[in-house]
Design a binder for this molecule. Structure first.
Ligand code: ATP
Length: 569
């Protein structure tokens, strides 16, 4: 298949904002794509790997400018000048390379396979001479690209395709193309995606039909989307959703780890963002090997850090660096050891057990874990129908420094990827939400050189809508507990897409938890709302922009506030 066919679709998709239209355009295209390698579907999201694979092209604006200059036979400074004006290197490539193309009579046509191979190749390049090697792979593509092809190649390289295709649209288009007669087809596609997290797998199965789609299931060793809770504000509501009696557990302030042992005995660990963190946690792997019985399993857990000196549990923030760290791991393990709190079992000894009642899954979980202090334990649990006892458990959890409680429905299945009423969370500060940073401003005086004020946004479908500016909550000095301005500045700088005076715009990648006093309607921000007295409490390297609060969440918070005129304290 020629890459120009993809480009035609990219152009058509970017011309409409209507979701239904986008899905129909894509459905027609998918019927053509079905005879190609299934992984080509990743190109619709500007990728060459499934979403859970964290590998990136690692291409800077500077390198792209070099590549365009080389392919178009122009000066880098001319490109830079234009870039400052229009801010889209894709458009610039279109103009310059398009012009060059007209003067060349014969050129080979760009095949999608070639694009895919070179893009994949970029990810593998590391070490000495990496920049030159990357440049040569990009130039090879640009040399046979038309202007429009160059535009989308560049946008793909910069992870900024701008065609407005979110997961929902891919889901609907697969349903429309291959399961048109089926009832709830989109739902079926979504469930298959929640289990595989891979559109190539779902697409390939859907082409073959419903039966093949139904075969997609949980496999240990592959990342799986976790089940999420609904938020409640009182114990009555919790019992109303979970029925009586229900299981209540401490809500630990760590991070979620899905522990996998596959049928060959390999152990792998995934976060809620589907990132493979096995290498960062050899200590957890060792505990799993020694303390859990079974040839194969998938266990859901919260991994919590503690202070090795006084053995006290630490907040998430303190151990968050362990998720990203790729070196000096042994030393970090000594300074920041962790404990596994296992709370669910989804797969056991070659069998999926997600459909059996939670009560039975939990019984089996308790049987297979050898509890060892500060290493592994089943999460603390109380099964009760008594509201007073439940409230006492809640207060005890808070007293021992936990975030609150989780209540779980005893006869419920495990539903990967869904925020369903099989589990609820209750905690005192109802007003902390996860948001993504979309802009920032350089500080002055003591804070000069750092980005110290951040424009944060919530999500509405594929779009990020601003909801306020936050500048407090971070630390000025390295070494104090918590995230520092310096750290966030270093993370934000490579994400800058536009600079104007002291203000910058950044790619929406960095997720932060923000607390606030209340939310008000406001014309100043694109969401239509603004937070009062916002403060960053955590940087969340374990969350993706997709996981942040949605506009709907914000609207329901505002509604709740109406019943509590002074805001929830
Ligand atoms: P918020 O977004 O309100 O700050 P949160 O960041 O902790 O809450 P939520 O999805 O709202 O995330 O809460 C569910 C999370 O709580 C789970 O993803 C898991 O990491 C954590 N958790 C802690 N203890 C438990 C438990 N016993 N059972 C299930 N999840 C637990």
């Amino acid at each position: 298949m020629l890459y120009s066919e993809f480009v035609e679709i990219y152009e058509a998709l970017s011309k409409t904002t209507k979701k239904l239209e986008k899905a129909s355009i894509l459905a027609v295209f998918l019927k053509r794509l079905k005879n190609q390698p299934a992984e080509f579907i990743y190109l619709l999201k500007g990728r060459v790997f499934p979403e859970y694979d964290p590998r990136e092209f690692g291409i800077s604006d500077k390198l792209v400018i070099k590549a365009i200059a080389k392919a178009g036979g122009i000066n880098e400074s001319d490109i830079l000048k234009k870039y400052r004006k229009i801010g889209d290197l894709g458009e610039i490539a279109d103009a310059f390379i398009g012009k060059r193309k007209q003067s060349i009579l014969f050129h080979s046509k760009l095949e999608t396979k070639k694009v895919f191979t070179n893009l994949k190749g970029l990810v593998e390049i590391e070490g000495k001479g990496a920049v030159e090697k990357k440049l040569s792979l990009i130039s090879e593509l640009l040399n046979s690209a038309t202007g429009k092809e160059a535009k989308y190649l560049i946008r793909t390289l910069l992870s900024d395709l701008r065609i407005g295709v979110a997961d929902g649209i891919i889901r609907d288009s697969i349903a429309e193309a291959f399961l048109k007669e089926e009832e709830n087809a989109a739902d079926k596609i979504e469930s298959a995606y929640d289990l595989s997290n891979d559109y190539a797998v779902v697409f390939e199965a859907a082409v073959k039909g419903k039966k093949e789609l139904e075969k997609i299931n949980i496999i240990p060793g592959k990342p799986m989307k976790v089940m999420l809770p609904i938020k409640v504000t009182d114990i009555k509501e919790a019992f109303r959703i979970c029925d009586k009696p229900a299981a209540i557990e401490h809500k630990y302030d760590g991070f979620r780890v899905i522990i996998n042992k596959d049928d060959k005995g390999n152990i792998s660990l995934f976060t809620r963002r589907l990132e493979n963190v096995t290498k960062q946690f050899p200590d957890v792997v060792k505990i799993v090997k020694e303390n859990i019985k079974g040839h194969s399993f998938i266990i859901d857990s919260e991994v919590v850090g503690y202070n090795p000196q006084n053995k006290k549990y630490l907040p998430f923030e303190a151990i968050s660096q362990r998720i990203k760290r790729k070196y000096d791991i042994e030393k970090l393990i000594e300074n920041l050891p962790v404990e596994i709190n296992a709370f669910d079992l989804i797969y056991y000894n070659e069998k999926i057990i997600a459909h059996i009642p939670f009560k039975e899954r939990r019984e089996l979980l308790e049987k297979i874990i050898k509890t060892e202090k500060l290493k592994i334990r089943p999460s603390m649990q109380l099964v009760t129908d008594d509201e007073d006892k439940a409230m006492k458990f809640y207060h005890d959890a808070l007293k021992s420094g936990e975030e609150g409680i989780m209540m779980k429905k005893l006869d419920s299945p495990y539903h990967p990827g869904r925020r369903v009423g099989y589990m609820v969370k209750m905690k005192p500060d109802a007003q902390d939400i996860d948001l993504v940073i979309v802009g920032a401003e350089y500080g002055s005086g003591k804070r000069a050189g750092w980005l110290t004020s951040y424009v944060v946004a919530c999500r509405s479908g594929d779009e990020f809508l601003e909801i306020g500016k936050v500048s407090s909550g971070l630390k000025e000095k390295e070494g104090e507990e918590g995230t520092s301005y310096d750290e966030i500045t270093k993370l934000l700088k490579p994400l800058i897409t536009e600079e104007k005076g002291k203000e910058v715009k950044v790619k929406p990648k960095l997720v932060v938890s923000v607390i606030y006093q209340n939310i008000q309607k406001s014309p100043s921000y694109t969401s239509g709302y603004a937070m009062r007295f916002p403060r960053i409490i955590h940087y969340r390297p374990d969350r993706r922009p997709h996981d942040i609060a949605t506009l709907k969440d914000i609207e329901s918070e505002v509604k709740k506030q109406k019943f509590q005129p002074h805001g929830i304290q």
